[in-house]
Design a protein around this ligand. Structure first.
Ligand code: PBG
Length: 336
């Protein structure tokens, strides 16, 4: 007979939550600095880093400061960085010409980082949006009402080869053109870069959470008054089956790592892709996810340190092996 005030329960899950020791023993997901890739923004010249308004604590760095930041991240145990350039408006044009300039900012940045911290994994976006005056990821068709797929893919291939020559470990096509992963794989191999990997933005949604990033790289405003919609190439947030199809295609085309983006609002997609591919999965906790937590913390409505840990933990628990997050440095510091 049990004690009269006690329920007769065989299962009491709280037994394993009773002490910190027990909780630690049954903990299923653990974050470590090597899980993270830090996205970093690079800008020409500028002695003083510019803070991005909608991303507190994130700065556009000149190449010298970028190198310092990479060293600091490496010391904290972060193994990878994803670099994004912000070009002056006068360097942008309809065709994104600067993307194919061998001396363009991002390529100089890559060479500098690789020279200073050779063991750090360096990743660059393959997409034209930092270079085009209209802010699209590719070149426009003759009607100027959509991005032209096949001509864009040709340019992306050249861009990827330049990045490989500069020394990146992984190129990251983030443009969502059809067939670009296969074409880039062929172009890299033909140029002698069979060892350069492809981190494919395979499942990239047409998300409003990219807003602060577009401020950061200055791609937010279309040249005219038209709003910048990427709905004809990025995926509809309503779709799940299509995510599996995109992940499958990029796998067949030779992607080494499959990325889902954004991350937090798409945990179901990360989980499903995890079940569908044998490739490593990356997830990108994007600028808007970062901005949201900071905004709420500023108002005193959320505890920033606890929420950033929990938000990234959830992404790993959903099935991501690698997490691109603007919290990389904060988290690495906290885990040290
Ligand atoms: C550009 C690119 C975007 C992001 C990464 N690469 C924005 C976009 O597609 O408009 C978003 C990253 C973020 O929001 O943090 N191809």
């Amino acid at each position: 007979m049990a004690h009269p005030s006690k329920l007769e329960l065989t299962q009491r899950p709280r037994r394993l939550r009773r002490t910190a020791g027990l909780r630690a023993l049954v903990e299923e997901t653990v974050l470590r600095p090597a899980d993270f890739i830090a996205p970093l923004f690079v800008v020409e010249g500028k002695a003083v880093p510019e803070e991005i308004k909608s991303m507190p604590g994130v700065f556009r760095l000149n190449v010298a400061d970028l190198v310092k930041e990479c060293r600091a991240l490496r010391k904290l145990g972060v193994r990878g960085v994803a670099l994004f350039p912000k070009l002056a408006a006068n360097l942008k044009d309809d065709e994104g010409t600067q993307a194919l300039n061998a001396e363009t900012l991002i390529l100089r940045a890559v060479r500098a980082v690789k020279k200073a911290v050779p063991e750090l994994v360096v990743i660059t976006d393959v997409a034209l949006d930092p270079y085009t005056s209209h802010g699209h990821d590719g070149v426009l068709n003759a009607m100027r009402d959509d991005v032209e797929n096949d001509r864009t893919v040709g340019l992306l291939c050249q861009m990827a080869v330049l990045q490989a020559q500069a020394g990146v470990d992984l190129v990251a096509p983030s443009d969502m053109m059809d067939g670009r992963v296969g074409a880039i794989r062929k172009a890299l191999d033909a140029a002698g870069f069979s060892g350069t990997g492809i981190l494919a933005y395979a499942v990239k949604y047409n998300s409003a959470y990219y807003g602060p990033f577009r401020e950061a790289v200055g791609s937010a405003k279309a040249a005219g008054t038209r709003l910048l919609s990427k709905a004809t190439y990025q995926m509809n947030p309503a779709n799940r089956r299509e995510a599996l199809f995109e992940a499958h295609l990029d796998t067949l085309e030779g992607a080494d790592i499959i990325m889902v983006k954004p991350a937090g609002p798409y945990l179901d997609i990360i989980r499903e892709v995890r079940g569908a591919t044998r490739k490593p999965i990356a997830a990108y906790q994007v600028s808007g996810e970062y901005a949201q937590l900071h905004a709420a913390a500023r108002l005193g409505w959320l505890d920033l340190a606890r929420c950033r840990h929990e938000s990234v933990l959830a992404i790993k628990r959903a099935g991501a092996d690698i997490i691109l997050t603007y919290f990389a440095k904060d988290l690495a510091r906290e885990l040290a």
